[in-house]
Design a protein around this ligand. Structure first.
Ligand code: CMP
Length: 138
């Protein structure tokens, strides 16, 4: 079933000029890029995006990092896109990520972990809507 997911190339990867390489990998894996934009989140915008994690001990550090510089947000479409993108990213902690995954190759730590992907259909809907209006998905 064709599905959409929200992907983020996080500030660490943008700063290290890895965006082009990551977008190439997305296209090589046959995702359709339905929308893409460069954003520099405010702290409040990062807190809104990660609201489900607000009770976690890492919430303050995560939202400070995510608002520390520009990121690139994308809507990816493919059959089984949510799982497919999470498999390509690898485990959240790069120390646990499989060889060949983007976090294994590009992440520096569990916080500076290069990319984000929605974890379920309901979160994908929320996350896509957080950044894009329907008319922007083309
Ligand atoms: P992401 O896929 O963007 O979803 C939530 C983020 O929180 C996650 O990637 C990590 O960057 C971050 N995160 C999760 N667990 C921890 C942790 N134990 N310490 C610091 N950051 C974490």
């Amino acid at each position: 079933m064709t599905e959409r997911t929200l992907a983020i190339i996080k500030p660490d990867a943008v700063e290290r000029r890895l965006a082009g390489t990551i977008i190439q990998r997305i296209e090589d894996e046959a995702f359709q890029i339905r929308a893409m934009r460069r954003v520099h989140l405010s702290k409040a915008q990062a807190e809104g995006f990660y609201a489900v994690h607000r009770e976690r001990p890492f919430f303050a550090g995560l939202t400070t990092f995510m608002s520390s510089g520009p990121a690139i947000v994308l809507v990816l479409e493919a059959p089984d896109a949510i799982r497919k993108w999470r498999t390509l990213m690898g485990a959240t902690d790069p120390a646990k990520a499989d060889a060949g995954t983007m976090r294994k190759e590009f992440a520096q730590s569990i916080e500076r972990n290069a990319t984000h992907g929605s974890d379920a259909p309901d979160t994908a809907l929320y996350e896509i809507g957080y950044f894009f209006a329907g008319v922007e998905l083309v």
